[in-house]
Design a protein around this ligand. Sequence first.
Ligand code: PLP
Length: 410
Amino acid sequence: MGALWHPFSDMGAVTQNGEFVVARGEGVYVWDTEGRRYLDATAGLWFANVGHGRQELADVAAKQMRDIAAYYTFGDVATPATVELAERLSSIAPMKDTKVFFTSGGSDSIDTALKLARRYWHEQGKPGKNIVIGRERAYHGTHVGGTALAGIPGNREGYGSLMPDAATVTWDSADALRAEISRIGADKIAAFFCEPVIGAGGVYPPPDGYLAEVRKVCRDNDILFVADEVITGYGRIGGAWFASTRFDLDPDMITTAKGLTSGYLPMGAVLIAGHIAEPFFKPGVWWRHGYTYSGHATSAAVALANLDIVEREDLLSSAARLESTLDKEVSTLAVHPAVAEVRSGFGAVAAVQMADAADVFPMIRLLRKHGVSGRAVGAGGLQISPALTMTDSEVSEMVAGFDEALRELQ
Ligand code: PLP
């Protein structure tokens, strides 16, 4: 076995069973090092919204690298691509006068928003508002703040106390949020973090009316509402750039990454409503936060070209179409006795929940045997989050692969 330590992995099992090494990708397909082709059911880790192997993005990256691969954006420094991307994101964000803070990925975006929410209240003369509330099943990346905030207990185990100022409520009840706010006291709470569709925790679309209600609870209690759109942002939710747009959430901040570049280069961005940024834009106020690669020039150039593709190919409409196709097609898998439930119907995401969680890894091997690259999600689920370019016949091919794998599992 080699030196690579895989993230989120049972390395003993990987050492025993070997690695799945992907060498090439084109559209919704990837190829392993043996030249075998797989339909990519997950678009990597929910990121390849425009599909794999876009020559255009490689060309943009190469040109930017020849001009200048990267500079930095601390102080008054910037690159043209960084400035242009910030303007572009501000123009598609659903909030007023949006400012854009660049990061290197989703976990950075979460901890940036978390620190900014708390610091905002300090600037407002309310330094007691430090507690952040997340939801059960939520995933907010793996930095210390995001790990503490998220609602997946296994991810928090074995580190001692990560961040005592984090609280968790059930994922589906606005009443639970209200009760937690009255227990803690709104004067101690900085922000509520909310994935519009719970992703890595198992793909749980929100109950009807839930998002509008928790948004209102936060507004009524002077608590910032942060939409974690690392998965749902940039079109995956269908019909709009952000789930926050589609559901009229008017969040105080949106955390993003993944679909910003479709994963062609690492990059994240926090979109910050003008009224939250305003105290930080006064002369003499410094926010001592940022990353070497905040606004990385090549990532920014690729992000711009990626957003161009989403617009040119109208992938926001494609995602809306995929929402109903997936809902219709993937739900047919529920007839298999090994399947407990299928969750879908909200954006280009779905999950096949196995009745026995022990079946997930055998299923992933069987899916590969039947030409589909899949992965585990939540507790005992299989993830479906294809490129937004996936055609109806490719959806049928993917579902047929699941069907064959499920038959063979029995
Ligand atoms: N937030 C959500 C909702 C995510 O799904 C993820 C990653 O899957 C993250 C944050 C963390 O992003 P990254 O893995 O880029 O650090």
